[in-house]
Design a protein around this ligand. Sequence first.
Ligand code: HEC
Ligand code: HEC
Length: 464
Amino acid sequence: MIKSFEKSIILHYCPMKFYHSNIIEISHFVRNDNQLFIFGDVVRKRLRSFLTTSPIEIHLMKCHSERSDESIYFCRTIVIFLLLIISFTSCVKDKVSEQTHFQTTPYQIKIPKFFPTALNIPSDNPMTVEGVRLGRYLFYDGRLSGRLNPDSQMTCATCHVQSNAFEVGINNPRFPGGKTFGLSGIATPHYNMALVNLVFNKTGYLWSGFINQDNNQMGSTLYGVPSLPQYHYKNLESLVWMAIAAPHEINGSIDRTVNTIASIPMYPPMFKAAFGTEEVNYERISKAIAQFVRTLISSNSKFDKYLRGETNLTSEELQGYVLFTTEAGADCFHCHGGGGNPLFTTNLYYNNGKDSVFDDSKDRYSVTHLNSDKGAYKAPTLRNIMLTAPYMHDGRFKNIDEVIDFYSEGVLLTSYTNSLMHQAHNGGVQLTVNEKKQLKAFLNTLTDYEFINDSNYSKPYGLP
Ligand code: HEC
Ligand code: HEC
């Protein structure tokens, strides 16, 4: 660290024409007027030892070069120099120095027993404690709408409520019956989805899977999302922006949201802690919220504890589990998992035989354009299913009994019904009254009360 300055030296770095060759020796000399000249290729080491021993002030000056490739090299080298110099002086304050100095704490996702180990975390958005913390604040901050008036605010948590496993729930006072509307008053095209264990999902988000890693579409008129290079619609990061911008959700705009968040004094330091500088931008907002959403892991239902040998199921619950996982029973497990797939979803898309006419423009077909995907949707997780009525993408079933009745005797066989609906030709799996009770008792064991009460996921202090 250079603390006192006895003399001021101007540093010239001159690339030489053989700079790619190893035989170049580095040389430097200090002129009478205290200007330091360095020639040669890699001068890192030399510079470092020089800097550590010399209490000098350094100025960088470009020396003129005839060769254009040399000037490219020159630029690159200057960057190296800048970093070096910054790491030896505490007095240089600029963005580069802030970024080289900031340190984050890695956030380690604990993979629950029996869960898949592959995580969907993009390499350009590693999980950090600071990022998750910022994301949690933003997730719960109504000013994400870009408006300060409380009546014009909406947050992710307006529709994704922790006590309903981050679904909206059927008894939400703002959205009676679970039908959600955006700030503009326009209804969302589908009913809500729970935000649970999404970090384990690599096969697409939304009922249709429009957001997925293979998506090369830049925008979509169908989804009302702009075709701008900064959007990719590949992962949770882009979903955040869709939610903020969509008129049927937060109805914001990038500039307004960014400016509003940047104007709230607590945020710039949090952005600095998470990303190195105080700059607030759309990319950082979406990265932080996506990081928080990835921490929402549910793995402590009664059924999880049963799997881990920590508790027992009643015989009714156990019978329900057997029905759930046998083809001769209720035959749910092919699409909704079970003990071997405790996500309780395959995260894949099926037509489960509800209709014979398909007029929803945002079904799975809208993404793949495969005929077999008409009327198909993501099979949602059945974790916490008792908290997330009404059911299906269009909320047609108000309670779990209606769902069970449908699978038992309401299934339609059309040429689009997925072949895993093995009993579609019989109208369904034909359960007795008692079997329906057992199946329901089992579904009840999938509620994770620790998840919905976990204080790490709740609204943080200090928000309006
Ligand atoms: C107005 C209500 C509303 C708001 C506000 C809202 N969402 Fe949603 N969210 C929905 C609905 C409805 C869906 C299902 C959309 C579909 O597939 O048609 C959804 C789906 C999702 C999904 C997909 C889940 C999955 O399993 O694929 C994620 C992730 C998500 N929202 C995150 C967010 C985040 C983050 C915010 C805040 C930036 C947010 N949402 C704000 C209503 C809302
Ligand atoms: C062929 C695959 C498949 C099978 C088999 C299947 N489901 Fe589903 N399930 C789905 C799909 C796909 C959806 C979403 C459909 C939609 O929204 O239109 C769904 C939705 C649901 C929902 C509503 C979820 C929500 O959040 O709205 C419940 C509850 C459910 N299924 C329970 C069951 C039960 C219980 C069984 C066994 C009796 C079963 N499913 C068998 C594919 C399947």
